[in-house]
Design a protein. Structure first.
Length: 228
């Protein structure tokens, strides 16, 4: 049986609500780049990737345009039937082991949801926090749902408590996910995704979303199966 050494994914989606579409690429579940529709350019997760590789943003923009055209056709053919929503699973954890007074990053991992529309707010002691926040793009899963990371830089204190508030069409009410200073280490390995864009709040009216395309490429090394 062949063994897959590496998996790369180009993912494109279009929908009737913001974000209206996305084109991104990941290798072994690590995001490499996405195409910014407003700037019409390729945004690399790390600058080193952009120096070593290249991708013409026009290719990604063309794929999004095709997906939007297909979406319009599908909406009409389906008599405007809305896609089913899948509620997210949310985990909050620190990037590094916690030491009081030492800068750290809280990570809010929102997982297994559909459609790719979220309203995420960081709260400190019940009050919204807007400084030091960032987020990843929507990241594809092999089950055609999505996951996403939100980040908050902070200095741990035994007086402060934090919540990651998540709103999604699949939830009957907002999900409040609490973190205090009791957990001293992340529940799983720290996330390596770097923040890029400021967190924004999205209005969430009901709206049909019907078009998602994901392509999985299996990259195999030239050695025969069973060899190290």
């Amino acid at each position: 049986e062949d063994q897959t050494d590496h998996v790369s994914i180009y993912a494109t989606f279009a929908q009737t609500h913001a974000p209206s579409g996305e084109f991104m690429f990941e290798l072994d579940e690590d995001e490499q780049f996405y195409v910014d529709q407003d700037k019409k350019e390729t945004i690399w997760r790390l600058p080193e990737f952009g120096r070593a590789f290249g991708f013409d943003s026009q290719g990604g923009l063309a794929d999004i345009a095709i997906a939007k055209s297909n979406l319009d056709i599908t909406i009409k053919l389906s008599n405007h039937t809305q896609a089913a929503s899948e509620p997210p699973e949310v985990t909050v954890f620190p990037k590094e082991p916690v030491e009081l007074g030492q800068p750290n990053t809280l990570i809010c991992h929102v997982d297994r949801f559909f459609p790719p529309v979220l309203n995420v707010t960081w709260l400190r002691n019940g009050q919204p926090v807007t400084e030091g926040v960032s987020e990843s793009v929507f990241l594809p899963r092999t089950d055609y749902n999505f996951h996403k990371f939100h980040y908050l830089t902070f200095v741990p204190s035994d007086e402060d408590v934090y919540d990651c508030k998540v709103e999604h069409w699949g939830l009957q009410e907002p999900s409040l996910n609490h973190w205090g200073t009791e957990p001293l280490s992340p529940p799983h390995p720290p996330c390596t995704l770097s923040p890029r864009t400021w967190c924004s709040l999205l209005q969430l009216p009901q709206s049909p979303i019907l078009m998602f395309h994901q392509t999985v490429y299996n990259l195999q090394s030239p050695h025969t199966p069973g060899q190290p």
